[in-house]
Design a binder for this molecule. Structure first.
Ligand code: ADP
Length: 856
């Protein structure tokens, strides 16, 4: 057995091996140690190998899914080795001591799940493959639980942002790609071949050219090849549902890097869960598929005005018509997860229940189509979705006819084909039913014949049908010519067989066997029909999800009086009465009111420097404006009274290091790396929020960096920017930067207490209220008093020396300083360019080197 085990373990390529033994999956050696740790189950041992006992643990087959789920969540990958023959077959093949043949039937990995029990309903499950071809990174991503597949190409530097958007649960990459992705599993570079990728995609979709799907680059096709190869490997040659690939065009989506996504808590709060995230605050989708699409929308806000307007128009239509919205949402409530049921069916893991879900889902889609079709005033997007919602009449009829109303999830016991669908099956069921009635009659007869009213005919998996009497009456049946044969003696009861019973039981078994085979054949046929229509069904699922998202956005907007944003091609950002949806909800739960604030950025006033006390609401204000931009460009209403948004191409959000202490790297280093990324990438169409940049280092360093970063954003990047800081000294930037203005969050001291108004006002902050905040936070009075004394001393000192920013008076302007630096570099460059190296003697070359060095 160990020889077989070790050979399979070899094939498992580093996955944990679930080795089927009877009713258990067993794990051995290191696998057993890992699994018993993760699953918190007993580690035992068995036999020995190389002189030592073999560590072992096991999980029951019937509950394997929940154990698998935990292992996958813990980052493990699992190979499942099933018995591929019965013990009888093995004995027939190789004698009484034969070992049952086993084979790996499937790999279970985070990115290749289809089972509902293993998937999060409201989150897409993305598998991505990446590689590089001639300096370009290719990404192929799919969600096999719904079949969506997309390809994109980007510069290797932009890969991080692209992967952050995708949020893949599993990542594979070509081993020679030179990419720094520690979480990716490496695969042979040979699998990532662009020609092979094109061939496989064409074969998969039965086309002779991919032109109909879009224009694919070599990097995209190579990544697609790697992805399909991996799916092939994981499914042991069984490919899951893959729809025609969609090209993700660079620039079609607002770029946001990972740090921005994390700091804005779009799909997950900083703690990791959905609670406290943007999506939790706005998700009013009825269906899981809708929630998944909403997450996708929020992760990839659009940059195309027409596309955004089309979504907004649909939301607006549903917002203004609560009755229609209610009707649509009522229909959606009855719709099962069409996409995921289809994913399982195509992957060969479908159950009768899944077919039932397809039937019910398609029927609800048809209803939705009828509701929409009855409205003449439907907007363009609703019109475009209309055809996809229908067209499945024949399939629905077939399934209606063929399946029972609620088919079981298990198909091995049959019972899912409806009566009246197949006359032969009905006859078999009748025969079995007749025999069951005959057995009931036999029981009555045997009771009478033997004079034993407590006699029972019973059934179990081992003996089949048998007669059971209490031990004290057993003698009556033991008589040699009584017609009963003894089978088993139990404590208190004795079991018998009888010829007539045996005959009826055989009839039941035979009819049952035939019926099962017939149902199985129907299942295959019904499954094949769904597979043949898979693209149309997937399109229906997508249309349902889009309508659910739009109706959910409308519902959310109506709940809290949100407004329809207006989008334009300019670089304005004018938000009146903006709110932060997450903070507002948290405050509402405590019975507190959120104070709405305006934000008015324009080319002439594009950088707002925001001061004011800690806890005054600076971060909240910064983030709410970024979230409003995301919501608007993903096609939803926004929490504001009015919003005019010039399309944002890139969004950056950075938080000063002190807020991020949990991270591993030196926090200040992280802050600076992230700030560098903004300065390198942000442009005039970008929107940048910087929260307390420079806080992670000493006061002088911090102030100097904050100063220079603000200047650079203002002069060079020229982005729209909200910059929160507690350095009063930065206020002086307003003197030199013409498009920068000063703002602060208001606070008052009232009877010695600090009152934070959370209200934004123009002008610099008057003072920092640090001590008042400390008192508010419960710092003991003597400490606050002592701090006050220290502060007075410091302030006296500042008055005498001119303060922290004294000496900045003769600081040249940022642009002038830049020019000066550039010039010098250029002089040197010119000189270098003019040198003809071949004509230099070693001596002259050395002199020249000295001269250049001196000039530098
Ligand atoms: P800062 O960045 O100035 O330190 P925060 O933005 O973190 O302040 O806000 C601190 C707290 O103040 C928030 O957790 C919230 O409870 C409250 N708050 C912030 N903004 C508002 C607002 N506009 N209206 C009401 N409460 C607010």
């Amino acid at each position: 057995m160990m020889v077989q085990y070790l050979a399979l373990k070899q094939q498992a390529e580093g996955c944990l091996l679930f080795y089927r033994m009877g009713d258990f999956f067993e794990l051995f050696f290191e696998d057993a140690r890992i699994a018993s740790g993760v699953l918190d189950i007993a580690l035992t041992s068995r036999g020995e190998h190389g002189g030592a006992p073999i560590p072992m643990c096991g999980v029951p087959v019937h509950s394997a899914e929940s154990y698998l789920a935990r292992l996958i969540r813990a980052g493990c990958r699992v190979a499942i080795a099933e018995q591929t023959e019965t013990p009888e077959e093995a004995r027939k093949r190789a004698g009484s001591k034969a070992l049952v043949a086993r084979d790996i039937v499937r790999f279970v990995t985070a990115g290749t799940l289809t089972e509902d029990a293993l998937l999060e309903p409201r989150r897409a499950n993305v598998l991505a493959a990446v590689c590089t071809v001639r300096g370009a990174a290719g990404i192929a991503a799919c969600d096999i639980s719904t079949g969506r597949m997309e390809l994109e190409e980007c510069a290797p530097e932009a890969l991080g942002a692209a992967l952050a958007r995708l949020g893949a649960t599993e990542l594979v990459m070509a081993e020679d790609s030179g990419l720094d992705l520690p979480e990716a599993a490496e695969r042979s570079a040979r699998a990532f071949d662009s020609q092979r990728g094109a061939d496989r995609l064409m074969a998969l979709h039965g086309v002779s050219t991919l032109d109909g799907f879009g224009q694919f680059s070599r990097a995209m096709l190579a990544a697609a090849a790697g992805l399909i190869d991996y799916l092939d490997h994981v499914g042991r040659g069984n490919l899951p549902l893959l729809l025609p690939p969609v090209v993700r065009a660079a620039g079609a989506f607002m770029a946001m890097d990972e740090a921005t996504r994390a700091s804005l808590e779009i799909l997950a709060a900083s703690g990791g869960g959905r609670k406290g995230s943007l999506i939790e605050a706005i998700d009013r989708c009825i269906t899981s598929a809708g929630a998944r699409l909403l997450a996708e929308d929020l992760a990839a806000p659009l940059t195309d005005l027409a596309a955004i307007r089309a979504r907004l128009e649909l939301v607006s239509w549903l917002h203004d018509d609560p009755l229609l919205r209610g009707d649509l949402r009522a229909v959606l409530r009855a719709a099962p997860d069409l996409g995921r049921a289809l994913g399982r069916v195509v992957a060969g893991r479908g159950s009768p229940r899944d077919l039932g879900q397809l039937r019910d889902g398609l029927r609800e889609a048809q209803r939705l189509q009828a509701v929409l079709a009855a409205r003449a005033d439907r907007p363009a997007l609703a019109q475009a979705l209309l055809p996809a919602l229908g067209g499945h009449g024949a399939l629905i009829d077939l399934y209606d006819h063929a399946l029972v109303p609620v088919p079981p999830t298990e198909r091995t016991n049959g019972g899912f084909i409806a009566a009246g669908y197949d006359a032969a099956l009905d006859a078999l069921r009748d025969a079995a039913g007749n025999s069951r009635r005959a057995i009931a009659a036999l029981e009555a007869r045997y009771r009478e014949e033997t004079g034993t009213p407590s006699l029972k005919v019973r059934h179990n998996g081992v003996l089949g049908y048998f007669i059971e009497v209490p031990a004290r009456h057993a003698d009556r049946l033991m008589a040699p010519d009584g017609g009963f044969t003894h089978r088993q003696t139990m404590a208190g009861a004795v079991r018998f067989n009888a010829l007539a019973l045996h005959e009826e039981a055989s009839r039941i078994a035979e009819a049952g066997g035939h019926a099962l085979a017939a149902e199985e054949a129907h299942f295959e046929d019904l499954t094949a029909r769904a597979i043949a229509a898979r693209e149309a069904i997937a399109a229906t699922a997508a249309a349902l999800a889009r309508i659910d998202v739009a109706a959910g956005q409308a519902e959310r907007a109506a709940e809290s009086g949100w407004c329809l944003p207006r989008l334009s091609e300019d670089t304005a950002l004018a938000i009146r009465g903006g709110r932060h949806p997450v903070v507002e909800a948290a405050l509402a739960a405590r019975g507190e009111r959120f104070v709405a604030n305006d934000c008015q950025l324009s080319p002439r006033d594009r950088l707002w420097l925001i001061g004011g006390p800690n806890m005054g609401g600076k971060s909240t204000f910064l983030r709410q404006n970024a979230l409003i931009v995301i919501l608007a460009q993903s096609g939803g209403f926004v929490p504001a009274e009015a919003a005019q948004i010039g399309l944002v191409d890139r969004l950056f959000s950075r938080v000063g290091a002190a807020d991020n202490l949990a991270r591993g790297r030196s926090t200040f280093m992280v802050e600076m790396v992230e700030t560098a990324a903004i300065l390198a990438q942000a442009g005039e169409r970008s929107f940048v929020i910087l929260d307390e940049v420079g806080r992670g280092t000493s006061t002088y360093d911090g102030l100097a960096l904050a100063w220079a970063v603000a200047e650079a954003v203002h002069e060079v990047n020229r982005s729209r920017c909200l910059f929160a800081t507690h350095y009063h000294e930065l206020a002086r930037l307003a003197e030199t930067c013409e498009a920068l203005s000063l703002h602060h969050v208001r606070a008052r001291e009232w009877k010695g207490d600090l009152v934070l108004l959370h209200e934004l006002a123009e002008g610099p902050a008057d003072k920092s209220y640090g001590l008042a905040v400390a008192r508010l936070a419960g710092v003991p009075a003597p400490v606050v008093k002592r701090a006050k004394a220290v502060l007075d001393k410091l302030e006296k000192g500042r008055a005498a020396t001119g303060g922290l920013a004294a000496g900045l008076d003769d600081l040249p302007l940022f642009a002038a300083a830049l020019d000066a630096a550039e010039e010098k570099v250029d002089a040197l460059r010119e000189k270098l360019g003019a040198i003809d190296i071949d004509s230099l003697s070693p001596r002259v070359a050395l002199d020249l080197l000295y001269e250049l060095k001196r000039e530098l």
